[in-house]
Design a protein around this ligand. Structure first.
Ligand code: DLL
Length: 439
C-alpha cells in the first residue's frame, strides 16, 4: 500500500446538500426531466400510455412510474432518433464502446457538455486532483467518452494535461517520467499493463512522480487496486459512468474510498432485481437503473445499465451526502451461468490475485463438449515464478483451483501459461470467450 493520503476537498457545495433538500431538488428536476423527455415521440407515447403527467410527480420515488429504457430501444432509434432538442442545438456526439454491431450514440448540447465537464471535475477533485498537478491521460480520444470526458474535467480543475491517448506503452512511460506526471488516467487493465512494461524496463516508483491514478471504464477488484498501487507507488481511485447516460462522471470515489459517490443532483439511480425490476434492499446487489434529471439533448428515463452493484446511503466521513455505489461486480450480460451457478469474471480475478505467483492476466474460456459446461481459466505466470519443476507448477494450479472454488463454488480447469503470452489491452480488457454462444 502506498503511504500517500489525500486531503478531503469538495468541488461543489451541492455535494453536501442535506438529503431532505436533495429530495426537493430531485423532485423538481424529475418534473422538468419528464417535460423534456416528452419532446421525444418515443417517451411521449410511453408516458401517456402509463398516465404520467409531470405535474403529478410528488417525490423522487415517482421515478418508478416512468417507463424503462433499454439498450435495444436505443438501437431501435439509431442513430439519433431520441433527441429532445433540434439537431442544430448539438455540439458533440459520442458513442458507446459496444463490441458488436452498430454503436449507440449520445448527443450533447452546450449545457450537457458543461454538466459533463463539471461532473468529471467533481470526482477528480474528490480523488486528489489539484490545479498544480500534471495529468497524463492514456484513454482513447474518440467516440469513446473516456478521453474527452476526463480531459474536460481536468481542464476545468486547471491542471496541466498530457493528452497521451491509448497505446504505445513504451512511449507512455517515457512521457510519464520525463514530464513528471502526478496523475495517471486510463482503464485499470491499461494501468497494470503500463506498470508491467515499466518494471520490465527497470523503472521503479522512485523513478517517477506519479501519486494518483483515476481508473474506470471496466470492472476491477480491490485486489487489483492493491496490485496497481504497489507496482506504481500511487493511490488508485475508481470512477464509473456510461456513455448512454453522459460518460464518466456518474460516480467517483472520495478520499475515504468506500464506494463511489453518485451525482444524485443530476441522476436518480435505482438498484433493482434484474428479473423482477423490484427494488432490492439497501446494500444488496442489483442492476443500476438510471434516470438523467438535467440532460437536455438525450434525456433517458430509467435506463437499464446492466451493471450489478449495491448502493449505500449511510453518511460518509468526507461530508458528502450523496449515496455511494459499490464497485461494479459485473454486467448482467457478462455473467456466466456455469452448470447453473452464476459466476462473474471479476470473481475469478479476485481469486487469482489472492494466489502469489500469478500475474493478473487471465482468459476464461467456456464450452460445452457434451452436456456439461466446461470452464478453462488460462492464467499467466510472472517471469520469476515460471518454473520447469512439475511439482511446483502442480501445487500452484491446485492453489488457484482452490481459491476459484472457494469464491465461486465451481471447479475449473486451470491452465498455466507462459509470461507475456496472453493479450494485453490498452483500453477495456476482454477476459471471456464463451464458445457456447451461438451454438
Ligand atoms: O466506459 C465511460 C467511462 C470512461 C467511465 C472512463 C469511466 C472512465 P462505455 O464505453 O459506454 O462508457 O461503457 C460503460 O463500462 O456500463 C460498465 O459496465 C463499465 N464501467 C465503466 N466504469 C466502470 C467502473 C465508459 N469504474 C460500461 N467499474 C458501464 C466497473 C465500469 N465497470
Amino acid at each position: 500500500m502506498s503511504g500517500l493520503q489525500i486531503e478531503n476537498r469538495i468541488w461543489d457545495t451541492v455535494e453536501t446538500l442535506p438529503r431532505e433538500r436533495l429530495r426537493v431538488l430531485q423532485t423538481e428536476r424529475l418534473r422538468s426531466c419528464v417535460r423534456q423527455a416528452s419532446q421525444i415521440p418515443f417517451y411521449r407515447e410511453a408516458l401517456s400510455r402509463l398516465g404520467v403527467d409531470a405535474d403529478t410527480i410528488s417525490g423522487p420515488e415517482d421515478v418508478r412510474r416512468l417507463p424503462i429504457t433499454t439498450k435495444e430501444d436505443l438501437r431501435q432509434y439509431y442513430p439519433l432518433d431520441l433527441l429532445a432538442v433540434p439537431r442544430e442545438k448539438l455540439v458533440r456526439i459520442h458513442g458507446s464502446s459496444g463490441t458488436t454491431g452498430k454503436p449507440t450514440f449520445v448527443a450533447y448540447t452546450a449545457e450537457d457538455l458543461n454538466l459533463w465537464t463539471e461532473l468529471c471535475a467533481r470526482f477528480l477533485v474528490a480523488g486528489g486532483l489539484r490545479p498544480k498537478h500534471t495529468v497524463h491521460i492514456a484513454f482513447g480520444y474518440g467516440l469513446f467518452t473516456g478521453g474527452f470526458g476526463l480531459h474536460q474535467g481536468v481542464e476545468r480543475v486547471g491542471a496541466a494535461i498530457v493528452p497521451a491517448a491509448a497505446g504505445n506503452t513504451v512511449r507512455q512511460i517515457l512521457l510519464l517520467k520525463d514530464l513528471d506526471a502526478d496523475v495517471l488516467i486510463c482503464t485499470p487493465s491499461y494501468a497494470l499493463n503500463i506498470a508491467e512494461v515499466a518494471r520490465a524496463e527497470g523503472i521503479t516508483p522512485a523513478d517517477w512522480s506519479l501519486k494518483y491514478g483515476h481508473f474506470g471504464g471496466e470492472p476491477w477488484t480491490e485486489d487489483m487496486r492493491l496490485r496497481i498501487e504497489q507496482e506504481m507507488g500511487i493511490l488508485a481511485f475508481n470512477n464509473y459512468g456510461l456513455s448512454e447516460i453522459i460518460g464518466p462522471g456518474v460516480s467517483g470515489e472520495c478520499a475515504a474510498r468506500r464506494g463511489m459517490h453518485l451525482a444524485e443532483d443530476h441522476f436518480i439511480v435505482e438498484c433493482l432485481n434484474p428479473d423482477t425490476l423490484e427494488p432490492v434492499a439497501e446494500g444488496e446487489q442489483g442492476e443500476l437503473v438510471i434516470t438523467t434529471l438535467t440532460k437536455q439533448a438525450m434525456p433517458l428515463l430509467r435506463y437499464r445499465t446492466r451493471d450489478i452493484a449495491s448502493i449505500d446511503t449511510s453518511p460518509c466521513p468526507c461530508g458528502r451526502t450523496f449515496a455511494r455505489m459499490s464497485r461494479v461486480v459485473g454486467r448482467t450480460d457478462d455473467m456466466l451461468i456455469i452448470r447453473g451457478v452464476n459466476v462473474f469474471p471479476s470473481q475469478i480475478e479476485e481469486a487469482l490475485l489472492r494466489v502469489d505467483g500469478t500475474a493478473p492476466h487471465y482468459l476464461i474460456e467456456v464450452d460445452r463438449p457434451g452436456t456439461l459446461d466446461r470452464v478453462t481459466v488460462k492464467v499467466e505466470l510472472r517471469p520469476q515464478d515460471f518454473s520447469d519443476r512439475m511439482r511446483e507448477m502442480q501445487a500452484l494450479r491446485a492453489r488457484i483451483d482452490r481459491e476459484i472454488h472457494a469464491i465461486t463454488g465451481i471447479r475449473v480447469n486451470v491452465e498455466l501459461v507462459e509470461p507475456n503470452s496472453l493479450e494485453r489491452f490498452v483500453g477495456k480488457s476482454r477476459r471471456v470467450i464463451d464458445h457456447r454462444k451461438g451454438t
